[in-house]
Design a protein around this ligand. Structure first.
Ligand code: GSH
Length: 187
C-alpha cells in the first residue's frame, strides 16, 4: 500500500513489481502459484503437496489455472472498478459471473474427498484456492449455497498449520478494506 514495490531495488529484481516475489539463492521468482509449486517441489518432505504422478499433478495444475484464469479474473472484474473509483459498487453482471465460478468450484468438489484436487491430504491447490476464497468471504460473499466449498474451507482451516496467523488475519484485513471502500462510496 506504500508502493514499496516500486522502489528501484525491487523493480531491479522483478520488473513487473508484483508481490509476492521470492529470492532463493540464484532464483528470482514471481507469480504466487509458481512460487507455491517451486517451494513444494524444492523443499517438500515428499511429493504430497505437489504430486509427481502425472494424473494427480494434472488435477492440481487444473485447479491452479482455474484459480488464476477464472476465479481471480472474475473477482478482479468485481473489485477493480470499485478500487479504481470507476464504479461505486460492483456491477451485478460481474457478481453473477463470480457466482458462476463459485458454482463450478462447488461442483469440482463433489468428489467426496476432503481436499480440492480429490485427495484426502492438502495440496498446493488448496493453499492457493483458500487464499482467494477466504478473501472473498471476508469481503462479504456468502458461501451457503455452495456446501462443498464450505466443507472444504473448514477442512483447510483445520488442517493448515498456522492458518489464522498466516492467512485468516490478512484475509480479514483485505475484506474490511473492500467493505469500507464500498461503504465510503455510498456516503
Ligand atoms: N498473478 C500474480 C499477481 C500479483 C499481483 O498483482 N500482486 C499485487 C498485489 S495482490 C501487486 O503486487 N500489486 C502491486 C503492483 O502491481 O505494483 C500472482 O499471483 O503473484
Amino acid at each position: 500500500m506504500n508502493k514499496e514495490q516500486l522502489k528501484p531495488e525491487f523493480v531491479a529484481i522483478n520488473p513487473q513489481h508484483t508481490v509476492p516475489t521470492l529470492v532463493d539463492g540464484d532464483l528470482v521468482l514471481w507469480e504466487s502459484r509458481a512460487i507455491c509449486t517451486y517451494l513444494a517441489t524444492q523443499y517438500g518432505k515428499d511429493d504430497t503437496l505437489y504430486p509427481k504422478e502425472p494424473k494427480a499433478r494434472a488435477k492440481v495444475d487444473a485447479l491452479l489455472h482455474f484459480d488464476i484464469g477464472t476465479l481471480a479474473t472474475r473477482w478482479n472484474q468485481v473489485w477493480h472498478p470499485v478500487k479504481l473509483g470507476e464504479l461505486s459498487k460492483p456491477s451485478q453482471a460481474s457478481v453473477d459471473k463470480l457466482h458462476e465460478a463459485f458454482g463450478w468450484l462447488n461442483e469440482f468438489m463433489k468428489h467426496g474427498k476432503k481436499f480440492a484436487a480429490g485427495t484426502d491430504h492438502l495440496t498446493v491447490a488448496d493453499h492457493v484456492l483458500v487464499a482467494n476464497i477466504s478473501s472473498y468471504q471476508a469481503a462479504g460473499f456468502i458461501f451457503q449455497d455452495y456446501p462443498n466449498i464450505l466443507t472444504w474451507f473448514n477442512s483447510c482451516k483445520e488442517s493448515m498449520d498456522g492458518y489464522e496467523e498466516l492467512n485468516g488475519e490478512g484475509a480479514s484485513q483485505f475484506g474490511e478494506y473492500v467493505k469500507s471502500k464500498i461503504a465510503d462510496n455510498k456516503e
